[in-house]
Design a binder for this molecule. Structure first.
Ligand code: PMP
Ligand code: GLU
Length: 388
């Protein structure tokens, strides 16, 4: 298993900053907003009321009821509390499902570009990843036909995110229906629909794969509080799944972590009960940052960017620069380019290779417009130095 590339790059930039270097980190997908006060207050209250003991493994009953209500309110999905398992971040939720479902040699279809941890956790479970490329021309999305072609008798699981990390692509209802029509023919295949960026969507209403009744039992819907509620450090994610998978994940988690933090769980109830309309300003801020980054990228010769409709990443194709050099340093691939931008522009980004697309690099724009403006200026200057 590889070290997480997102975490490795953020560690590297923290180290450089500690050495006194003026590094701008656009590497980690982490909102720069503070956790809302009403959530912090719920955490204070939980401590005062001594919610400081072990909790039920899948999470407090009142939290799972609040999540069940949230699924109905926001996604029109019916998951009863015994179909919900709360974990230490969506990252653990995904690991629980993969470890519960996958046996050695089972095939797992992962559309690329994919989030870094999908591939690695499949390796831990000794599954066989089957990567299906969904290129920039297809807005990085998988069609039903491509999915069908990748399915074999050994296929056990499919995992993808919408809105997508790293591309920001958002699947429409019709695109999800196209996948659902294929999945319906394969009732033994489980799908992880990772919807952690649900609220960060500039396009339209979020659509869940589990809305299609014929496949609902196959779909594990993953979500969490890290992104929308700016709670990355609190560590809470959850799944809605069929009872068998939920029970397997609970068993797994009972051996691994027991449950996530009691105080975080109580605070998350406040997030679940809040009206997502309060996120409006944050989403507008992300949208305006997206414009800033896209406009800046469009001014750089050779950079090809899609228009992401959600999340807070842009994933431009930078292959134009491969083979070009500056100061005796030749850029051979996206890893070289990410390192060049770190050394030359003092901007930390993540190489596309970690996400399964070696033509691209990932820019996280979850930071202020002032910092983004400076970062894009530096990136442009460094890229323009590269020549044949
Ligand atoms: N899924 C995706 C697509 C992500 O980008 C992330 C990054 N945080 C996660 C899951 C995990 O989120 P967390 O563990 O913070 O809930
Ligand atoms: N998911 C975020 C990212 O892709 C945070 C880092 C991580 O969890 O790996 O950057």
């Amino acid at each position: 298993m590889e070290e997480s590339a997102t975490i490795a790059m953020s560690r590297k930039s923290r180290e450089l900053i500690a050495e006194g270097k003026d590094v701008i980190s656009l590497s980690l997908g982490e909102p720069d907003f503070n956790t809302p006060d009403f959530i912090k207050e719920a955490a204070q209250k939980a401590m005062d009321e001594n919610y400081t003991f072990y909790t039920p493994v899948p999470g407090y009953q009142d939290l799972r009821e609040a999540i069940s209500t949230k699924f109905k309110r926001d996604n029109n999905l019916d998951y009863s509390p015994d179909q919900i398992v709360v974990s230490t971040g969506a990252k653990q939720s995904i690991a629980n499902v993969v470890l519960s479902v996958i046996n050695k040699g089972d095939e797992v279809i992962i559309p690329a570009p994919y989030w870094v941890s999908y591939l690695e956790v499949v390796k831990v479970a000794e599954g066989t990843p089957v990567i299906v490329n969904a290129g920039i021309d297809n807005d990085f999305k998988l069609s039903g036909k491509e999915l069908e072609e990748a399915i074999t008798p050994k296929t056990k699981l499919i995992m993808f995110s919408t809105p997508c990390n790293p591309t920001g692509s958002v699947y429409s209802k019709e695109e999800l229906a196209d996948l659902a029509r294929v999945l319906e023919k394969h009732p033994n295949i489980v799908v992880i629909a990772d919807e952690i960026y649900e609220h960060i969507n500039f396009r339209s209403k979020h659509e869940s794969l589990a809305q299609f009744e014929a496949i609902k039992n196959q779909v594990v819907t993953v979500n969490g509080v890290s992104k929308a509620w700016a709670m990355t450090g609190w560590r809470l994610g959850y799944i809605g799944a069929n009872k068998e998978i939920a029970a397997a994940c609970t068993k797994m988690q009972g051996q691994f972590t027991s449950a996530t933090c009691s105080i975080t769980q109580k605070a998350a109830i406040a997030a679940m009960e809040a009206d997502p309309a309060v996120l409006k300003d944050m989403i507008a801020a992300f949208e305006s940052r997206r414009e800033l980054v896209l406009n800046a990228l469009n001014e750089i010769e050779g950079v090809k960017a899609n228009v992401p409709e959600g999340a807070f990443y842009v994933f431009p194709d930078v292959s134009y620069f491969y083979g070009k050099s500056y100061n005796g340093r030749t850029i051979k691939n996206c890893n070289d380019l990410a390192m060049y931008l770190l050394d030359e522009a003092l901007v930390a980004l993540v190489t596309g290779e970690a996400f399964g697309d070696p033509n691209c690099i990932r820019i996280s724009y979850a930071t202020s417009e002032e910092i983004l403006t400076e970062a894009m200026r530096r990136i442009r200057e460094a890229l323009e130095k590269l020549s044949e």
